[in-house]
Design a protein around this ligand. Structure first.
Ligand SMILES: [Zn+2]
Length: 231
């Protein structure tokens, strides 16, 4: 078992990916097919993990502490200064989580740490797989696809369509609350599942920063437009 796990979903995958080619969208980098396959496999493992857990734990948002408990882990929240940790770590049958982190960050951290256990991934090269596992555990494809379809019709969607729909119906915020994840993690997952125009399947994180800039800008425009039309 590792004595520490320096990363979690959002912060570090970009670093892991920095050696892979140019992104057609203009930001970040492109994963190799191998990495896309790893994310896909991590997704499958997360769904299997859930399917062999107690059925009552498959609700939303995922009860990560109860899931951890089911598999014999105790989640302990400690101040960062005491535990010398950034987000979290797994030590024996304890998952240590930084108390100062926000709820949705702690959710993702616990899910990531469960990935270390489920994937038997205990070396530094496997952080990305554990993060993909965490994402898949919290935001599964079928449920996300159904929700987006309900509000937006069938995908893939443009970033603009997501932003405008958010301004009009609050769909993105609803999903963020439904899954208890951050906006970035949600849009990343939408991209990974091949539901974002111009983003190849399992490559949602490649250009996540530029996607977020695009999203915020479109949302700001849409919000202003709706405000103006309400006057
Ligand atoms: Zn880790």
């Amino acid at each position: 078992m590792p004595n520490g796990c320096p990363c979690y979903l959002i912060g570090t995958i970009r670093q892991h990916l920095s050696n892979f080619g140019e992104n057609p969208r203009g930001g970040g980098s492109v994963m190799s097919l191998d990495r896309a396959m790893l994310r896909r496999e991590s997704y499958d493992t997360a769904q299997q993990f859930l399917s062999v857990s107690d059925p009552s734990l498959a609700r939303f948002p995922r009860p990560t502490k109860a899931l951890a408990f089911y598999w014999g882990f105790r989640v302990v929240e400690l101040p960062r200064s005491v535990a010398h940790l950034d987000h979290g770590m797994i030590i024996g049958h304890r998952i240590i989580v930084a108390r100062e982190r926000r709820f949705w960050e702690r959710q993702l951290t616990i899910a990531h740490e469960l990935g270390h256990f489920a994937l038997k991934a205990f070396n530094d090269q496997q952080e990305e797989e554990c993060s993909a596992f965490g994402s898949a555990l919290l935001v599964p494809f079928e449920d996300l696809d159904d929700s987006l379809r309900f509000f937006l019709g069938s995908g893939p969607y443009s970033i603009g369509a997501l932003a405008w729909s958010e301004a009009e119906t609050g769909v993105v915020s609803r999903l963020v609350h439904h899954y208890a994840v951050g906006y970035k993690a949600l849009i990343w997952a939408i991209g990974d599942y091949g539901l974002l125009q111009g983003v190849p399947e399992w490559h949602g994180g490649d250009s996540i920063d530029s996607l977020m800039v695009e999203y915020r800008s479109a949302w700001e425009q849409a919000r202003k437009r709706f405000e103006t039309s309400a006057d």
